[in-house]
Design a protein around this ligand. Sequence first.
Ligand code: FAD
Ligand code: DLZ
Ligand code: SF4
Length: 518
Amino acid sequence: MTILIPILGDQLSHGLASLRDIERKNAVLLLMEVAEETTYVRHHKRKIALIFSAMRHFAEELRADGWTVDYIRLDDKGNSGSFSGEVARAAKRHRAAAVRIVESGEWRVKRMIDGWEKTLGLPVDVLPDDRFLCSILDFQTWAQSRNDLVMEFFYREMRRKTGLLMTADGKPEGGKWNLDAENRVPPKHGLNYPEPMHFAPDAITTDVMALVEDRFAEHFGRLEKFALPVTAKQAQKALRHFIRTALPDFGTYQDAMVTGQDWLYHSWLSPAMNLGLLTPLEVAQAAAAAYATGDVPLNAAEGFIRQIIGWREYVRGYYWMEMPDVADANALEATRPLPEFYWTGETDMLCLAEAVRNTRDHGYAHHIQRLMVLGNFAMLAGVRPQEVADWFLVVYADAYEWVELPNVIGMSQHADGGRLATKPYAGGGAYINRMSDHCGPCRYDVKKKTGPDACPFNALYWDFLARHERRFGRNRRMMTMYATWNRMTPASRDAYRSSAAAFLDALEPAAKGWARAE
Ligand code: FAD
Ligand code: DLZ
Ligand code: SF4
C-alpha cells in the first residue's frame, strides 16, 4: 500500500512529522514546483530561486537517505501548475491508497488541502506542524485565557516551556524577562559590521537561477550575487557564523540603520528558518549556549531568542486564530494606492530609497526598515493595507503569509484595530534621524516641520494623528502626543495638514501588475 506524502516548499526538514513513523518502502515523497505558487503573487526572483534550489537539494538528500522521491520540475511535461493538480496526478501514477501531509503554512493552501479527500477519493491525513514550538491549538487556548494578546506574556510562557535562559529555580536568567532597555542604541561611527556567511551557487542553484531569469524576468528584484544557504548543512554554518560574528552586538544595535550596511548585526536566518532548513528551537538553543559559555552578553541572547520563541511563534498563532477575516481588515479605512517608489526605489526620501534598494538587491530589509520606514510611511500616508501586504509578500525572500500578514496588517498598519499592538507603530523624522545616518545627505531637512523642503515624515505624522484623533485620542500611550497636537496653534496645525496634503497629492501611484498579474 503506497502512501503519498506531498512536501511543500517550506517543509524542507528531515524531522518533518510526515516522515516519521512510516516504512520507507511504503512511501512516495512528492515535491512540486508549480506555476500557481510562483505567480499568485509575483514573488521576488531571489525568493523563487531560493525555494526551488532548496527543494531540489532536499530531494537529493532524501533520495540519498533511501526515500522514493517524485520531484516535479516547473518545466516538466504535463505539470498541471497547481498543488491540487500535481497531487491528483501523482496519486494516480503511484496508485496511492492514502495521502499524508503536514499542515500548510498558509490559509490559501489549507483550503486546497481541505478539498483533497473529496476530489481524490482517498483518505488525507493532515498532521500538525510540530517544527513550531507552540501548536495552533495551544496558542488559541492561551489567547482565550486572556483579555488581550500582549506578546510579552506569551513570550514568558515560551521561556518557561523551553527552559531557555531560565535558572534552575524557574526564574529568568539575570532576573528580568526582557532586556530591551539595554538595547536599541543608535549606530556609532567606526563600528565593524560583519557580513552574513555567503554560499557560492553550485550547479543546482545555477540551473535554477537561469530558469528564474528566463521565466520570471519581469518579477521584482535582483538575482545577482545569490549567496543564501540552500541546505540544512549550509544553514547550520550560517547560524554558527552569525553567533560568532554578529550576535554579541545584536541587541545593542537592533534598531540601527546605516546606509550601505544591509544586515548590520542581524542574522538573515529567516529564509532558512521559514523553509525548514533550521528549526527555531535549534537556533534559539545555539544563542542560549553562546550565552552560557560567556561568548555573548545576556541582552543580545535574550533579545534574539525573544524574536524567535516570542514574536515568530506569536504571529503564527495570531495568523491561524484571526484568518481569514484579518486578511481584509482595514480598521483605519486607508484607501490610497501604494506609491510607485516602493517598486522602483525612485524617491528623494533617502531612508525609503535605501530600504527599497536593500529589498531589491537581497530580498531583505531588517526589522526596523520594514516597520519604521516602509511600514510606517505606508500607514501615515493611508495606503490600503491589502496593497501593503501584497508588496511585503512579494519582495522578501522570507515572506510566507503566516508571518508576513500579521506583521503587516497587525503590527505595521494597525489595520486590525489594535488586536496585535495596543498602539500604532507611527513615527516622524526624528525617530529615523536618531536611529540612522540617512538624514544628513537627504534632500529633505529632518529638522523642518512643514513646507516643500521639510522631511515628509514630520507633517505626515501629525496629519495621521489628526485624522485618527477619535480612535487614538484616548489611548493612554498616545496622550502626550495628542496633548502636544492640541497645544499647537490652529495655524501650525493647518500648516502640518496642508503640507501633508500637498505631499500626498504629488505621490505617483504604482502601476498595476507589479504584485499580481493583471
Ligand atoms: P533578526 O533580526 O536576526 O531576528 C531573528 C529572527 O527572529 C528572524 O530571523 C525571525 O525569524 C524572527 N523575528 C524577528 N522579528 C519577528 C517578527 N516580527 N515576526 C516574526 N519573526 C520575527 N519576517 C519573516 O520571517 N517573514 C516576513 O514576511 C516578514 N514580514 C515582515 C513585515 C513587516 C511589516 C515587519 C515589520 C516585519 C516582518 N517580518 C517578517 C519580521 C522581521 O522583520 C524579519 O523576521 C526579520 O527582519 C528577518 O531578518 P533576520 O533574520 O535578519 O532577523
Ligand atoms: C513561495 C513558493 C513558491 C514561489 N513556489 C513554490 C513551489 O513551486 N512549490 C512549493 O511547494 N512551494 C512553493 N512556494 C511556497 C508555497 O507558496 C507556500 O507558501 C507554502 O507551501 C506554505 O503553504
Ligand atoms: Fe527619511 Fe526624512 Fe530623514 Fe530624509 S530627512 S532620510 S525622508 S527621515
